[in-house]
Design a protein around this ligand. Sequence first.
Ligand SMILES: C[S@@+](CC[C@H](N)C(=O)[O-])C[C@H]1O[C@@H](n2cnc3c(N)ncnc32)[C@H](O)[C@@H]1O
Length: 280
Amino acid sequence: MNINTAIKEGAKFLKKNKIKSPDLDSELLLSKVLKKKREYVMLNSNELLDDENFKYYYDLIKQRSFGKPIAYLIGKKSFWKSEFLIREGVLIPRPDTEILVEETLKDYKFKKYANILDIGVGSGCILLSILKEKPFFYGIGIDISSKSIDLSRDNARKLGVKNRLKLIKTNVDNFCFGKYDLIITNPPYIKKNKIKYLEKDVSNFEPNLALDGGLDGTLKILGIIKKSSFLLKKNGKLVLEISNNQKIVVVKLLKQRGFYINKIIKDYAQNDRCIICTKI
Ligand SMILES: C[S@@+](CC[C@H](N)C(=O)[O-])C[C@H]1O[C@@H](n2cnc3c(N)ncnc32)[C@H](O)[C@@H]1O
């Protein structure tokens, strides 16, 4: 079988199984199998696949047809200006989360130095993207998941920011080390009983620990706000991702704990997505 037929057959199978972008996914999976860029696969459609590669490709297509996210299958995901390594057990970075990076970089455009804490660092996508752009910023990333800490470490090595980063496996509730200019966080904020209604790619494959925000979705957020009011320096900033219906309740929690709301930013779909506030 040649590349062209393999892609067509793969896409047909994915489409039958209601996968949303069957053509793109089959191209990406074949690129993974052949260890080549997608462009190569598209430009060499007559090249023949050997048996071993065909079996590997067929296995990936089958896994994708069950809903396993493409980022877990190809082991990478683009975020901000870098490509991050991705592994199962760690949340796949979302485009909307880039807003936290964008806004932080805008706010700190003229600041040369900052000491940052990322609570729930995951793949490292937020913190490492900022460290890469600001060569005199230092960061600590914490996460309760050892898979996240290991992956963040590998990504830090890949992005060349390892020497300005410390990673600690801990529950945020037990963390009380240092004082920070800036805390960034994309906490688990989905209501516990809503997780099963998310797309099956998410609910069946992404880690519950990264999604579950307790009964009303704000359990982890509240813990982080309390902890941040202790860990931030005076006038330090908290940059927090929220779900589209949490603005009012989270603003109230922040004000109750002495934060001044600087701005609330919408995502690409015009949902409230990020709150920037100051500890006063
Ligand atoms: C929504 S994910 C965000 C991951 C990454 N920052 C991103 O934006 O892609 C939330 C992260 O918080 C971590 N987490 C959940 N509960 C935690 C806790 N109590 N203490 C520390 N980290 C926690 C999860 O393991 C997960 O990596």
